[in-house]
Write a new protein. Structure first.
Lengths: 66, 144
């Protein structure tokens, strides 16, 4: 799954640890989310959406099926 | 420290729990060695074993509480693999013990077959090792 997390985070001048503190997760989880190695749970996706003031589908995009 | 790799609050909590777990293992191991070298009364042995078991459960519970959702998945997967190994090992040992008793001439059939100590002990130690290896593998796979 593609996402705009890194772009949204850096636009606010936050480090991965700052974002991790806002979401109450570990920095490794933020890194895994940004690199697309981990898809968040629905509660975490809503938390991200609220934090950045965007809709979930504006942050996360499903990979197009071949 | 590089701000890009600075630990978040959750990372610090996880590190604190890992240190507490290590300290608990060291203290328990030292107490067991002491108890083995200097025989004490039965009450002290039971007290120590009960405290070690309850303390271990408490630390596992606290560890789960401080983990975030991704780490909790790893924790649960490691427990699942451990549970599968241990339940299969105990089931096999029970079957083996039952068949051994059946094949022993003159063995009483109205009493449950004895469960051998060392195979059960090895199954338990093996399950703990499997949990550790699974956890390490999942952490490596997750890049954590």
């Amino acid at each position: 799954m593609n996402n705009r997390l890194r772009e949204l985070r850096t636009a606010r001048g936050w480090s991965q640890a700052d974002l991790a503190d806002h979401l109450d997760v570990s920095r490794q989880t933020v890194n895994a989310l940004e690199t697309g190695r981990y898809d968040p749970s629905l509660p975490l996706a809503f938390k991200l959406a609220r934090l950045f003031g965007q809709r979930i589908e504006d942050i996360f995009q499903d990979d197009p099926q071949p | 420290m590089n701000p890009g790799t600075a630990p978040a609050r959750r990372d610090r909590q996880i590190s604190q729990m890992r240190r507490l777990e290590l300290l608990f293992i060291i203290v328990c191991s030292a107490l067991f060695v002491l108890a083995a070298r200097f025989p004490t009364n039965l009450g002290a042995h039971w007290g120590l074993m009960t405290a070690a078991l309850i303390g271990g459960q408490f630390i596992w519970f606290r560890q789960y509480r401080v983990l975030d959702e991704r780490a909790r998945l790893r924790f649960l997967k490691a427990w699942m693999v451990t549970g599968m190994f241990l339940s299969n090992a105990v089931a096999l040992l029970l079957l083996w013990s039952f068949l051994s008793t059946m094949n022993t001439a003159g063995a009483p059939l109205n009493t449950p077959p004895p469960l051998p100590f060392w195979p059960v002990y090895l199954a338990l130690v093996g399950s703990m090792l499997i949990m550790w290896v699974t956890n390490r593998y999942l952490r490596w796979k997750d890049g954590a």
